[in-house]
Design a protein around this ligand. Structure first.
Ligand code: CO8
Length: 261
């Protein structure tokens, strides 16, 4: 499948999607969102790939938001809701992938761009990156889950501060608030994202996939229900070949060879 607005590469255990509209600072138009969805769908049943890195083309922006000229041409609330649903659909698919998803934030991640990053499992950013949710300045609320994911990651106060002021904050501040996990020099960003992906890939595939699912689904449950869910997944994993291999490898002081079953 060929794409016009993204680059999609798979190299053994690691896939990379690069949003590739640098002249518009990689803003997400409908065609780009469609292509993101198609690329993510291709990974859903790929058992070789263990991690997906999402980044932006060029040095300036990860993604500068929804394509504002497209938002400007919306003619009905139905059309607006449909555009909103389109990226939500991609973000839900990212959440359901067995692979870990890593946003490598190489510059501005604003509005929908930050929302795309927030839909990934881990965010690593360059020292120059800036994030923000400036939608209210355009007359909108964040329409791709940004307010709500920031609220869950960093609390109601931080969500209200970022959303109501629309302020852009540097990556260092976002890290302090728990919205970015790691900051590295720009020149090292992709290499460090690959190293992170490789670290995940060393671990047991079913365990990483189910750990991600536990954390994502558990966040939507009461603690009691989430722990019951954890208990079920734990039991399920205990009888896998990988747990026999992982524990035997430890006892025999050798590296584990995972089968993903
Ligand atoms: N959409 C379309 N084009 C854009 C966007 C965008 N979001 N951002 C930048 N561009 C374009 C500019 O228009 C410009 O194009 P041209 O060269 O043809 O004039 C080019 O990219 C370069 O941008 P600037 O000249 O503005 O570059 P600066 O370095 O001066 O500024 C900024 C960089 C600060 C990133 C600035 O471009 C900016 O503020 N961009 C907009 C950021 C923004 O407001 N993002 C939020 C958009 S709304 C949104 O994301 C809603 C999400 C939910 C949608 C739900 C469904 C509808």
């Amino acid at each position: 499948m060929s794409f016009e607005n993204i680059l999609f590469e798979i190299n053994e255990q690691i896939a990379v999607i690069t949003v590739n509209r640098p002249k518009a600072l990689n803003a997400l138009n409908s065609a780009t969102i469609r292509e993101l969805g198609q690329a993510v769908e291709q990974l859903a049943n790929n058992t070789q790939v263990r991690a997906l890195i999402i980044t932006g083309a060029g040095e300036k922006a990860f993604v500068a938001g929804a394509d504002i000229s497209e938002v400007n041409s919306i003619e009905s609330s139905l059309q607006g809701s449909q555009m909103s649903e389109a990226l939500h659909d991609v973000l839900w698919k990212l959440g359901e992938l067995p692979q870990v998803t890593i946003a490598a934030i190489n510059g501005f991640a604003l509005g929908g761009g930050f929302e795309l990053a927030l839909g990934c499992d881990i965010r690593i950013a360059s020292e120059q990156a800036q994030v923000g949710l400036p939608e209210v300045g355009l007359g909108l609320v964040p329409g791709w889950g940004g307010a709500l994911r920031v609220q869950r990651l960093a609390g109601t106060g931080v969500a209200k501060y970022l959303v109501l002021t629309g302020e852009r904050i540097p990556a260092s501040e976002a890290q302090r608030l728990g919205l970015i996990e790691k900051i590295v020099p720009a020149a090292e960003l992709l290499d460090q994202a690959h190293q992170l992906a490789a670290k995940v890939a060393k671990n047991a595939p079913l365990a990483t996939a189910l750990a991600k699912r536990l954390i994502n689904r558990g966040a939507e449950m009461s603690l009691r229900d989430a722990i019951a869910y954890e208990n079920g997944l734990f039991g399920q994993l205990c009888v896998t070949e990988d747990v026999k291999e992982g524990t035997s490898a430890f006892l025999e002081k050798r590296a584990a060879k995972w089968q993903g079953k």
